[in-house]
Write a protein that binds this ligand. Sequence first.
Ligand code: FES
Length: 580
Amino acid sequence: MPFKPAPWPRRLRSQEWFGGASKDAIYRRAWMKNQGFPADLFDGRPVIGILNTYSELNPCNAHLHDLAQRVKHGVYEAGGFPVDVPVFSVSESGFRPTAMMFRNLAAMAVEETIRGQQMDGVVCLVGCDKTTPSLLMGAASVDLPAIMVTGGPMLNGYYRGERVGSGTHLWKFSEAVKAGQMTEKEFLEAEASMSRSPGSCNTMGTASTMASMAEALGMALSGNAAIPAVDSRRRMMAQLTGRRIVQMVKDDLKPSDILTREAFQNAIRTNAAIGGSTNAVIHLLAIAGRVGVKLTLDDWDAWGRDVPTIVNLMPSGKYLMEEFFYAGGLPVVLRRLGEAGLLNRDALTVSGRTMWDEVKDALNHNEDVILPAERALTRSGGIVVLRGNLAPDGAVLKPSAATPALMKHRGRAVVFEDIDDYKAKISREDLDIDETCVMVLKNCGPKGYPGMAEVGNMGLPPKVLRKGITDMVRISDARMSGTAYGTVVLHTSPEAAAGGPLAVVRDGDMIELDVPNRRLHLDITEAELRARLAAWKPPVASPSGGYAKLFHDHVEQASTGADFDFLKGCRGNAVARESH
Ligand code: FES
């Protein structure tokens, strides 16, 4: 059904706070006027919350104040009333034990920030990995008109003439130091080249992936994802976004009109085409859960299978987001999907137009960055979903970042009971391991770590690295940074700390990974597996209090998005009227 705009003018939600001459209305307006807002701003025009994830401890978002000003210009130009509203900002590079533990907290805070206050629509100003999904989740659960604008990626890094990709080169250089191919002094010198400008990671890591997901879902204006943070067109995009949200409020164009199953299909195929992060799997499952769209892990596998990875960006490829932008950015990819019959062309976007209307004229300016199909990095770029007795509810692998020769592999398990056990053992020369082994890391899932840290791409043992080996099969219930690479099986569900079979793998067990047949198998008898599981005891008790307890007791497994069980669904924007 095509979208039908609501009639305008009409009384908006914000007038429940600001409209009329009651004591309550005067109280609300009078207090706001201490900021010098003229009276006519309260006359019934759309009030737009600029949900700002600015924080100096979230360096990827530290420049968002500037963009917020641009959004404000746009809102004023279109006749709205913009208000800058700081919201919980989850920093990937800082938060302990891991940023993922706070995605749901941020989403919950954002949801209540919107619902409880006098807003008619929101602009989500995001950037770093978790800020994009958390604001999308919160906004989807309230379902007021919402639009995303991301902060944009950092400029390319260079070290001694070589492109340096955020995260990707951190892992590469770190392994090179362990292998004796780089000195610590050189590593420190390279550090200075990693972050040349404001912005989020410049690889196709999770931040760039989620910016692309927001655009592919139709929740951001076309072309938003790739514009570098410091490019003047980023500021222009913010201003245009501010203009657009005002009309969205007038039309009552809401997330639930845009976030359909077809939109998620577009996003999942886009993720395959860009070689996007495995973290998108968890985030999109969680966002779909907020709008009540039925989306499963199996959809990821089925929808991504026929999609080649054509974006030649690290960690799967060679270039960085800056070059992706110069090549034409995400609209080119979406157009290519459309031409291949892999895009729901009629999917609605925040512009009020269809996805196809937005991208059909996009031009590719560099065929080495956005590759022709015959030169694709991987013919089947979608996220692989593995099942078997080791992952009854599924596990994921990103083929574009993996080694083709390891896609079918049988090896002896070398088990690390948790991340501390891994750190204690990995560099020991007497560790019984070689490149044919399968590294198994337990207790790093949602409950186990807690928070499901990005440790699944555990570094290889130095004695293997010194042989010039760069990849081994690794299996865990953890996540992996979107900037990382390797033949890494992730999100194994149920996780070890919840009693999944991963918990009972022992040193010396044989494990079979069979990507073409989507199989992950622990080669022991069923009776033996049952006996081990019966003897298993949980390694961690529920914390005694605080957010850690809420998280432990309510987080779901990665296979369904790791949201809190009580936050799923859309609760709308109605609030009980309060009075003083
Ligand atoms: Fe913030 Fe990568 S650490 S985007």
